[in-house]
Design a protein around this ligand. Structure first.
Ligand code: NAP
Length: 323
């Protein structure tokens, strides 16, 4: 939990009452949770959670087993392995989730890999397929592609018949992008390179923001789409608008956590139907940078904030037998 707002000095392990699942909700016994930049923003007091979610417990995705179902839940039974999204409170041994915001974990996936999937793959799939209207043959640029969402996006582009190019600011990040089978481009090359060399993109998934955005209109293909998902490098830019008119291009933002529950459930169920089978067949894989015991949450936050990660940072909770 977070005792106030700030840096890692506000991170504590504490006892809380077990939450009660209401209608349409299930109580999940958490095995692993992925950490996200949103958790850092919440810890720092910059990102209040949606109404009803605890402000002092981070954790927006979970992997575990169903412990108890609330009234009216028919989709799940006690003991089912599930992963999915929660509005908050995931950094805990138990959390309440909406039944429709969970998906079944395929037998082929262990807990670590499963926990590295929901937020990254649901965000990437929604940004590419639903918001970005990805089509087979599209050339797609993913900026900040060595992170959780970026690595998922690169693989999804290839699986859906597109060609992916990923940028990173670090050598280890570029290596990770190549290992995922995508073309790697140093961020400075994107910023400085001429269009003849870079080529044009049908779709851009922007996970970094800042100076990248100013560069993007000049590398868009006709009817190109820019989908802004993250702006860690800055959200104020000077943008040339003429290319949007000339190319009939578009610039869209998207957000998973704060959208209405029905729309969030749709994104999760689209993931369950279109992405989970590819994960089960090992056509897509999720990478884990490190898994820390929940008692070492500070070390996990430090790793999350470091540059050049090659996968997700997780927290692990003891199972029913050992805790
Ligand atoms: N809109 C939504 O619903 C939604 C959902 C999920 C995530 N997000 C946002 O999307 C972004 C990516 O999430 P993630 O889970 O993939 O995070 P992540 O695993 O931490 O990856 C972040 C990526 O952005 C790069 N990056 C961060 N700051 C940078 C900077 N100042 N200059 C250049 N590159 C920078 C990182 O490079 P290094 O490895 O070198 O640090 C890495 O490639 C985050 O901003 C996150 O908040 C939004």
């Amino acid at each position: 939990m977070f005792e106030g707002a700030g840096g890692n000095e506000v991170v504590r392990v504490a006892e809380r009452a077990v939450p009660e699942p209401g209608p349409g909700e299930v109580l999940v016994r958490v095995r692993r949770v992925g950490l996200n930049p949103a958790d850092i923003a919440q810890r720092e007091g910059r990102y209040p959670p949606p109404a009803g979610a605890p402000a002092d417990i981070g954790g927006i995705e979970v992997c575990g087993t169903v412990e108890r179902c609330g009234p009216g839940v028919v989709r799940w039974r006690t003991g089912d392995r599930v992963f999915g999204l929660v509005d908050g409170g995931g950094f805990a041994e138990r959390v309440v989730a909406e039944d429709r915001c969970l998906a079944p974990v395929p037998d082929e996936l262990g807990d670590d890999e499963a926990a590295a999937i929901p937020e990254a793959f649901i965000t990437a799939h929604d940004a590419l397929a639903t918001v970005g209207r990805l089509r087979p043959g599209d050339r797609v640029l993913v900026n900040g592609a060595n992170g959780g969402v970026g690595a998922a996006a690169l693989q999804l582009v290839a699986a859906f018949g597109g060609t992916a190019v990923g940028t990173s600011r670090s050598a280890t990040g570029l290596e990770h992008i190549r290992a995922l089978g995508a073309e790697a481009l140093a961020q400075e090359e994107l910023l400085a390179g001429d269009v003849d060399r870079l080529g044009r993109f049908d779709l851009v998934i922007e996970l970094v923001g800042g100076p990248n955005l100013a560069r993007l209109p000049s590398v868009l293909a006709p009817r190109g789409r820019i989908v802004v998902v993250g702006v860690a490098a800055g959200d104020a830019v000077e943008l040339a608008l003429r290319p949007f008119i000339r190319l009939r291009a578009s610039l869209t933002g998207t957000n998973l956590r704060n959208r209405p529950p029905e729309e969030k459930a749709l994104a999760v169920q689209a993931f369950a139907h279109e992405v989970v089978p590819l994960l089960a067949r090992r056509r897509l894989v999720a990478h884990v940078e490190a898994c820390f015991p929940h008692t070492e949450a500070v070390a996990a936050f430090e790793r999350l904030a470091s540059s050049g990660k090659r996968g997700k940072v997780l927290l692990g909770f003891p199972d029913g037998a050992d805790g």
